[in-house]
Ligand binder design. Structure first.
Ligand code: NAD
Length: 345
């Protein structure tokens, strides 16, 4: 964990907690990056991390991105995130989720948890039994439910802004999209695009699910690697982070990268390489803010009408970022961070 101290100080993290519960053997980390605009909020990821270092790195980067996401979306919230070690298919249990709820409760409201990869709105019912600092709980238990549909709507709006910037028209009909990951967000996004007349190429590690989706949406089926090289208009990462690297960028043929995945860029140098390749990149924490906007309903920060309006505004925010990027020849990712920092100050 040698990187921890420099990362903490350089990037201004406020608090990191490691939790272990003897009874259930659950191991979790909560990272609170910044609470200057409000309590930190971010999903809880259940994932079989290869090492503690890998989990720590992931939770810290994700919590920092949540700070920027909330700031750019003009929400009175800070950035936080949680990770639970384990395979969500075999290791998750109501007892572990309850233990996680008690960890969150111990943080006294500085961190509000919600759904992320490997957790569901149903899981949040168990978390809610131990803490009130949870949003996105199943509607059967009074919550705002799964944020994924609104994330997909926000990405769809963002994609229209990308098309308009790159091609002069937001028209989706006839455009070709390559989507990597057809989970909660990716599948819904694919459906929205297909309904608008798009041609689709899809990839997922879950082959059976992929086959069914391709048949339903009249899409071409690709492997998780071959999807990068599809000659299309938009490459849309909707699975895990870190997929845009110097290496994968060499294979991407699309002039636009716009998708839901968090932390898409493998490292900071990729942002510059994207600009040099004349690819338009929609910064992840701007285009995927629909989920965060949705859970603001539970906190009574926004009503339904305001949620719809804010989600539509994602496209406008992206256009402003693209204009500033063009005027200053600066990567869109860097401009988006500058935008967030201006709001934080
Ligand atoms: P999910 O777990 O439901 O879906 C991810 C999908 O990607 C799964 O179908 C999985 O099989 C597939 N996958 C995993 N590795 C892959 C690979 N290498 N290649 C192709 N497919 C792969 O997750 P989700 O909720 O749809 O979220 C997707 C991404 O969007 C995540 O990075 C998440 O953090 C981010 N995000 C989600 C939301 C939300 O509201 N759910 C909000 C903001 C950001």
């Amino acid at each position: 964990m040698t990187f921890l101290v420099p990362e903490l100080t350089q990037n201004g993290f406020e608090h990191i907690s490691f939790f272990y519960d003897r009874k259930t053997a659950i191991k979790a980390i909560v990272s609170i990056h910044n609470t200057s605009l409000g309590p930190s909020l971010g999903g809880c990821r259940f994932y079989p991390y290869a090492s503690t270092d890998a989990a720590l790195k992931d939770v810290m980067r994700l919590s920092e991105a949540m700070t920027y996401k909330a700031a750019v979306a003009d929400l009175p919230l800070g950035g936080g995130k949680a990770v639970i070690f384990g395979n969500p298919k075999s290791d998750k249990s109501p007892e572990k989720l309850k233990a996680f709820g008690s960890f969150v409760e111990r943080l006294g409201g500085a961190y509000i948890t919600t759904v992320d990869s490997g957790t569901t709105s149903e899981d949040m019912i168990h978390v809610q039994s131990q803490t009130s600092h949870v949003v996105g709980v199943s509607s059967k238990h009074g919550g705002s439910d799964d944020p994924s549909p609104n994330t997909a709507i926000g990405v769809f709006e963002g994609i229209k802004a990308c098309l308009e910037t790159q091609f002069g028209s937001p028209e989706i009909k006839g455009r070709h999209f390559a989507i990597q990951g057809i989970g909660n967000v990716g599948y819904r996004l694919a459906k929205l695009l297909r309904q608008a007349g798009a041609k689709l190429s899809l990839a997922d590690v879950q082959e059976e699910k992929l086959k069914v989706a391709c048949k339903e949406l009249d899409a071409d089926q690709y492997t998780t690697e071959s999807i990068f090289s599809v000659a299309c208009d938009v490459f849309s990462p909707c699975a895990m982070g870190g997929v845009i690297s110097q290496e994968s960028l060499g294979r991407i043929k699309a002039p636009i990268i716009a998708g839901a995945a968090n932390n898409q860029l493998a490292d900071a140098s990729v942002a510059k390489a994207i600009l040099e390749k004349n690819i338009l990149y929609a910064p992840d924490f701007v285009i995927n803010a629909g989920g965060l906007i949705h859970v603001a309903l539970d906190l009574k920060i926004l009503n339904m009408e305001q949620i719809e309006e804010k989600t539509r505004k994602i496209g406008q925010t992206l256009k402003t970022i693209f204009e500033r990027s063009k005027a200053t020849t600066t990567p869109t990712h860097q401009i988006a961070i500058e935008f967030a920092k201006e709001k934080l100050h």
